[in-house]
Design a protein around this ligand. Structure first.
Ligand SMILES: Cc1cc2nc3c(=O)[nH]c(=O)nc-3n(C[C@H](O)[C@H](O)[C@H](O)COP(=O)(O)OP(=O)(O)OC[C@H]3O[C@@H](n4cnc5c(N)ncnc54)[C@H](O)[C@@H]3O)c2cc1C
Length: 351
């Protein structure tokens, strides 16, 4: 099989790249190992209002689980409230919609298709279709790697991760805020309760190996605290886990291969947010791949420079904050003293 651009991963980054390419009439193939795009959801699903500048949520029925007004930072003794307008998405619907938009615009979508090898000399990828048990090779001019956090077989690689675990639970009190909890028993990370109507995403993330606290122990403590506060019910409706890269921006390109989204290390090293940057970077990677084909000249260096101009400084600052401040927050007093310098909602973060 031959295509102009192959895209590995139909998350928000890969689908945004495919949309950009197809809108410019460039043949592309979007490949995902999952049977159904977007499932299982491994995300707490919060995005700020500015997502609408890139994806018009009002056009996607059921993509929003709940509108959010505030962000609450619970530092133990004090709870700080900020304007936090945004949405808790239905990521399964959101991701499926983006991939569907790509297909409508002309992309070819392959699901249950795992890319397991990149042949750089041949400009091809080897793909295993898990359902039909067939192997095939796809030749490309350009490759976009939107493989998400665990981008092991693509280089450059992410080097540090938050390990996250999350449940969906019944929400017993109506909430119009997303709540982030900083606790000494969640070292190098935080816990969250993000409401979605009658339910909530409740999770924690801890950086490994920086912290040797077992994730399950922290999570049990967190669930006990939140249940004892009467916020959520005891039933676990769904459980998920995942990785969040926190090493900051990667090298981004390697010849005719461009990375975007989590694969490029674009999640915010302090908050772990990555949906919006996946959409933005995927769109940019698609645009530059299309321009490269139109110009018969590799323009990925320009993609790299533009991406760096948008993301490098904020991600570098956040990675620095993460490495300097989280180690100081290993006990409750450390949290109170340092939280304002750590979290980007506080003015002190920028000083
Ligand atoms: C528990 C948790 C909570 C989070 N909460 C939030 C939040 O509230 N807000 C926020 O903004 N961000 C959050 N994030 C981060 C957010 O989920 C990611 O930043 C976002 O999904 C990145 O999009 P992406 O397209 O780069 O990667 P992904 O969404 O991970 O998509 C990558 C796709 O590539 C496919 N793939 C990977 N390897 C291959 C292969 N070899 N062959 C074929 N297909 C492949 C995968 O199946 C997947 O579909 C959270 C992450 C976790 C783990």
């Amino acid at each position: 099989m031959k295509t102009k651009v192959a895209i590995i991963g139909a998350g928000p980054a890969g689908s945004s790249a495919a949309i950009a390419l197809s809108k410019k009439g460039i043949p592309n193939i979007l490949i995902d190992k999952r049977e159904t795009v977007g499932i299982p959801v491994q995300c707490a699903e919060f995005v700020g209002l500015n997502i609408n500048s890139y994806v018009d949520l009002s056009n996607i029925p059921s993509a929003v689980n709940q509108k959010i007004k505030f962000m609450d930072i619970d530092a133990g003794k004090n709870i700080y409230r900020f304007d936090g307008k945004g949405y808790v998405l239905n990521r399964a619907v959101f991701d499926w919609h983006l991939a569907g938009e790509a297909v409508k615009a002309g992309s070819k979508l392959l699901t249950s298709a795992r890319v397991y090898k990149i042949n750089r000399q041949k400009n091809s990828i080897e793909v295993l279709n898990a359902k039909e048990k067939i192997l095939y090779e796809i030749y490309y001019d350009y490759l976009i790697a939107a493989t998400g956090p665990k981008n092991g077989f693509v280089s450059p690689k992410n080097s540090a991760y938050i390990y996250a675990v999350q449940i969906k639970a019944d929400l017993l009190k109506k909430l119009d805020s997303v709540i982030c909890y900083f606790r000494a028993y969640i070292p190098y990370g935080y816990g969250w309760v993000f409401p979605k109507g009658e339910f909530a995403n409740v999770g924690i993330g801890i950086e490994k190996p920086a912290s040797d606290m077992p994730l399950s122990l922290s999570f049990d403590k967190f669930l006990s605290e939140i249940r004892n506060a009467g916020l959520i019910g005891s039933e676990i409706i769904e459980k998920t886990s995942g990785l969040v890269p926190v090493s900051g921006l990667n090298e981004i390109i390697d010849g005719n291969i461009a990375l975007c989204g989590d694969a490029a290390g674009l999640t915010h090293p302090v908050t772990g947010a990555g949906i919006l940057s996946a959409v933005i970077s995927g769109g940019m990677a698609g645009d530059y791949a299309a321009e490269s084909i139109e110009a018969s000249h590799n323009l990925f260096e320009d993609y790299k420079e533009e991406l760096k101009s948008v993301f490098k400084k904020p991600l570098f600052n956040a990675a620095k904050k993460r490495s300097e401040l989280y180690p100081l927050m290993k006990d409750a007093s450390g949290i109170e003293e340092n939280i304002k310098r750590l979290w980007p909602s506080f003015d002190e973060y920028y000083k």
